[in-house]
Write a protein that binds this ligand. Structure first.
Ligand code: URA
Length: 167
Protein backbone atom coordinates (compact mmCIF):
# COMPACT_ATOMS: atom_id res chain seq x y z
CA UNK A 1 0.00 0.00 0.00
CA UNK A 2 2.99 2.35 0.30
CA UNK A 3 3.38 2.77 -3.45
CA UNK A 4 0.47 5.21 -3.60
CA UNK A 5 2.29 7.85 -1.52
CA UNK A 6 5.85 7.56 -2.76
CA UNK A 7 7.66 9.53 -5.47
CA UNK A 8 10.09 6.77 -6.44
CA UNK A 9 10.55 3.10 -5.81
CA UNK A 10 13.86 2.59 -3.99
CA UNK A 11 14.96 -0.86 -5.05
CA UNK A 12 18.70 -1.04 -4.37
CA UNK A 13 22.02 0.19 -5.67
CA UNK A 14 25.55 -1.07 -6.21
CA UNK A 15 27.51 -4.01 -7.49
CA UNK A 16 25.31 -7.01 -8.37
CA UNK A 17 28.36 -9.26 -7.78
CA UNK A 18 29.13 -7.73 -4.39
CA UNK A 19 30.67 -9.80 -1.59
CA UNK A 20 29.20 -7.37 0.90
CA UNK A 21 25.60 -6.21 1.13
CA UNK A 22 23.98 -3.71 3.52
CA UNK A 23 20.32 -3.88 4.46
CA UNK A 24 18.55 -0.87 5.97
CA UNK A 25 14.96 -0.18 6.97
CA UNK A 26 13.05 2.01 4.53
CA UNK A 27 13.64 5.00 2.28
CA UNK A 28 13.44 8.47 3.82
CA UNK A 29 12.64 11.72 2.07
CA UNK A 30 15.96 12.09 0.20
CA UNK A 31 15.89 8.46 -0.93
CA UNK A 32 12.27 8.77 -2.11
CA UNK A 33 13.20 11.87 -4.13
CA UNK A 34 16.21 10.23 -5.79
CA UNK A 35 15.11 6.61 -5.99
CA UNK A 36 18.42 5.54 -4.41
CA UNK A 37 18.92 4.10 -0.90
CA UNK A 38 21.00 5.84 1.74
CA UNK A 39 21.64 9.20 0.08
CA UNK A 40 20.55 11.45 2.99
CA UNK A 41 22.48 12.22 6.17
CA UNK A 42 22.41 8.63 7.43
CA UNK A 43 23.52 7.57 3.96
CA UNK A 44 26.54 9.84 4.05
CA UNK A 45 27.55 8.22 7.30
CA UNK A 46 27.00 4.76 5.76
CA UNK A 47 29.36 5.77 2.93
CA UNK A 48 32.03 6.61 5.54
CA UNK A 49 31.42 3.27 7.29
CA UNK A 50 31.94 1.45 3.97
CA UNK A 51 35.10 3.45 3.29
CA UNK A 52 36.41 2.70 6.79
CA UNK A 53 37.26 -0.83 5.62
CA UNK A 54 38.81 0.28 2.36
CA UNK A 55 35.79 -0.23 0.09
CA UNK A 56 33.73 2.17 -2.01
CA UNK A 57 29.96 2.38 -2.29
CA UNK A 58 30.25 0.97 -5.83
CA UNK A 59 31.91 -2.17 -4.49
CA UNK A 60 28.98 -3.17 -2.27
CA UNK A 61 25.23 -3.55 -2.70
CA UNK A 62 22.80 -1.48 -0.62
CA UNK A 63 19.09 -2.17 -0.18
CA UNK A 64 16.28 -1.75 2.33
CA UNK A 65 13.64 -4.10 3.67
CA UNK A 66 10.93 -1.66 2.57
CA UNK A 67 11.08 -0.36 -0.99
CA UNK A 68 8.70 2.64 -0.76
CA UNK A 69 8.90 5.50 1.74
CA UNK A 70 6.41 5.19 4.60
CA UNK A 71 4.47 8.46 5.01
CA UNK A 72 6.19 10.89 7.40
CA UNK A 73 8.89 8.23 7.95
CA UNK A 74 6.61 6.26 10.26
CA UNK A 75 7.66 2.74 11.20
CA UNK A 76 6.78 0.15 8.56
CA UNK A 77 3.76 -2.00 9.40
CA UNK A 78 3.79 -5.83 9.41
CA UNK A 79 1.79 -6.16 6.17
CA UNK A 80 4.22 -3.76 4.47
CA UNK A 81 7.14 -5.94 5.55
CA UNK A 82 5.35 -9.02 4.23
CA UNK A 83 4.75 -7.29 0.90
CA UNK A 84 8.32 -6.04 0.44
CA UNK A 85 10.47 -8.76 2.00
CA UNK A 86 10.26 -11.27 -0.89
CA UNK A 87 12.05 -8.68 -3.06
CA UNK A 88 14.83 -8.34 -0.50
CA UNK A 89 15.19 -12.10 -0.14
CA UNK A 90 15.38 -12.43 -3.94
CA UNK A 91 18.02 -9.67 -4.05
CA UNK A 92 20.14 -11.57 -1.52
CA UNK A 93 19.69 -14.84 -3.42
CA UNK A 94 20.72 -13.25 -6.74
CA UNK A 95 23.70 -11.29 -5.38
CA UNK A 96 24.84 -14.08 -3.06
CA UNK A 97 27.01 -11.84 -0.90
CA UNK A 98 29.47 -13.42 1.50
CA UNK A 99 28.53 -10.96 4.22
CA UNK A 100 25.22 -9.20 4.93
CA UNK A 101 25.33 -6.26 7.34
CA UNK A 102 21.90 -5.70 8.88
CA UNK A 103 21.57 -2.04 9.87
CA UNK A 104 19.40 -1.64 12.97
CA UNK A 105 16.76 -3.74 14.72
CA UNK A 106 14.28 -3.58 11.93
CA UNK A 107 16.57 -5.23 9.37
CA UNK A 108 17.85 -7.74 11.92
CA UNK A 109 14.35 -8.76 12.94
CA UNK A 110 13.16 -9.11 9.37
CA UNK A 111 16.15 -11.15 8.24
CA UNK A 112 16.53 -13.36 11.31
CA UNK A 113 12.80 -13.59 11.98
CA UNK A 114 13.34 -12.70 15.61
CA UNK A 115 10.66 -10.38 16.87
CA UNK A 116 12.12 -9.21 20.10
CA UNK A 117 15.90 -9.14 19.92
CA UNK A 118 17.10 -5.56 20.43
CA UNK A 119 20.02 -4.57 18.24
CA UNK A 120 22.21 -4.06 21.30
CA UNK A 121 21.79 -7.82 22.08
CA UNK A 122 22.07 -9.04 18.49
CA UNK A 123 25.27 -7.21 17.60
CA UNK A 124 28.70 -8.55 18.41
CA UNK A 125 27.74 -11.95 16.99
CA UNK A 126 28.00 -13.52 13.54
CA UNK A 127 24.94 -15.39 12.25
CA UNK A 128 24.66 -17.82 9.35
CA UNK A 129 22.10 -16.56 6.89
CA UNK A 130 21.15 -17.84 3.41
CA UNK A 131 24.70 -19.01 2.74
CA UNK A 132 26.21 -15.74 4.01
CA UNK A 133 27.50 -14.45 7.33
CA UNK A 134 25.11 -11.91 8.80
CA UNK A 135 26.52 -9.14 10.99
CA UNK A 136 24.02 -6.97 12.86
CA UNK A 137 25.11 -3.45 13.69
CA UNK A 138 23.63 -0.10 14.65
CA UNK A 139 21.75 1.89 12.02
CA UNK A 140 23.65 5.01 10.87
CA UNK A 141 20.62 7.20 11.73
CA UNK A 142 20.97 5.96 15.32
CA UNK A 143 24.70 6.79 15.23
CA UNK A 144 23.86 10.36 14.25
CA UNK A 145 21.97 10.61 17.55
CA UNK A 146 24.38 8.47 19.59
CA UNK A 147 27.86 9.03 18.18
CA UNK A 148 29.45 7.24 21.14
CA UNK A 149 28.25 3.94 19.59
CA UNK A 150 30.41 4.44 16.49
CA UNK A 151 33.12 2.50 18.28
CA UNK A 152 30.87 -0.60 18.32
CA UNK A 153 30.17 -0.24 14.60
CA UNK A 154 33.91 -0.02 13.97
CA UNK A 155 34.33 -3.33 15.84
CA UNK A 156 31.58 -4.88 13.72
CA UNK A 157 33.16 -3.57 10.51
CA UNK A 158 36.54 -5.00 11.47
CA UNK A 159 34.79 -8.38 11.76
CA UNK A 160 33.29 -7.84 8.29
CA UNK A 161 36.75 -7.08 6.91
CA UNK A 162 38.20 -10.21 8.51
CA UNK A 163 35.52 -12.43 6.99
CA UNK A 164 35.93 -10.83 3.55
CA UNK A 165 39.68 -11.40 3.75
CA UNK A 166 39.06 -15.01 4.72
CA UNK A 167 40.69 -14.60 8.14
N1 URA B 1 17.41 4.80 6.34
C1 URA B 1 17.24 3.56 5.85
O1 URA B 1 17.03 2.60 6.58
N2 URA B 1 17.33 3.41 4.52
C2 URA B 1 17.59 4.41 3.68
O2 URA B 1 17.67 4.16 2.47
C3 URA B 1 17.76 5.70 4.22
C4 URA B 1 17.67 5.87 5.56
Amino acid sequence: KLHTGRANLVFGVGNPDADLMFVGEAPGQAEDREGVPFVGRAGQLLTKIIESIGLKRDDVYIANVIKCRPPDNRNPEPDEVRTCEPFLFAQIDVIQPRVVVALGSFAVRTLLREDRTPISKARGRVYNYRGAKLIPTFHPAFLLRSPNRKRDVWEDMKKVREILRGE
